[in-house]
Design a protein around this ligand. Structure first.
Ligand SMILES: [Zn+2]
Length: 199
């Protein structure tokens, strides 16, 4: 049995239970539409009105005020979210909900920066950003997610997880990342953003 695949399915089973009462976002949407929806979702919850600029389709290796780009990121020095070509391709493969997740995750880093979030380590920052990303997506007005969308989001969160738990750059295991985004999504429908607070 392919363990990775099995765990993905297990996470998805959890997610789809959560998704059962959440109605969808229909067709596949382009980046600009997804961006608008994410911004609207963010505005529902973020009183700081963090509104970074976005640069799409950035090749890895391009320089930024935060160093060379080696993956999508939020750069606080110029208040800009960079979404890499690689992630755009990944989102094309998984669908528009996946793009919304990637973008929401980087917007969450902007909100963390502006909110002065002081985590103990990178894993905490990343899992909280996943949770907030789920929350922003769930808070998008006039957008609902179907089972397939939720699967896309969980799948991509799972794919970007890693098992290097002793590495300082560890972002969370695949299961933790899928669960964090789901937790945020569920919180947007139920108990509020406090669910993403780190203890
Ligand atoms: Zn991140």
């Amino acid at each position: 049995m392919n363990l990775g695949k099995f765990l993905t399915r297990a996470s998805i089973a959890l997610i789809t239970t959560l998704a059962a009462n959440i109605p969808l976002m229909a067709s596949e949407l382009g980046p600009e539409v997804v961006l608008k929806a994410v911004q609207l979702g963010l505005r529902q919850v973020d009183s700081t009105r963090s509104n970074p600029k976005v640069r799409w389709n950035v090749p890895n290796g391009v320089s930024s005020p935060c160093g060379r780009i080696s993956g999508s990121l939020y750069c606080p020095r110029n208040n800009t979210v960079y979404i890499t070509q690689q992630h755009m391709r990944m989102a094309n493969q998984y669908g528009d909900a996946a793009l919304a997740y990637i973008l929401s995750h980087e917007y969450a880093h902007a909100a963390q920066t502006i909110g002065g979030f002081r985590p103990r380590n990178i894993t905490q920052i990343e899992l909280q950003a996943d949770c907030l990303a789920g929350f922003y997506m769930g808070a998008m007005p006039n957008v609902t997610f179907d089972r397939q969308d939720i699967e896309q989001i969980a799948e991509i969160a799972y794919q970007v997880g890693d098992y290097e738990v002793n590495n300082r750059q560890h972002h969370g295991t695949p299961q933790e990342r899928a669960q964090a985004v789901l937790l945020g999504f569920q919180a947007s429908q139920q108990n509020g953003i406090v669910a993403c607070r780190v203890q």
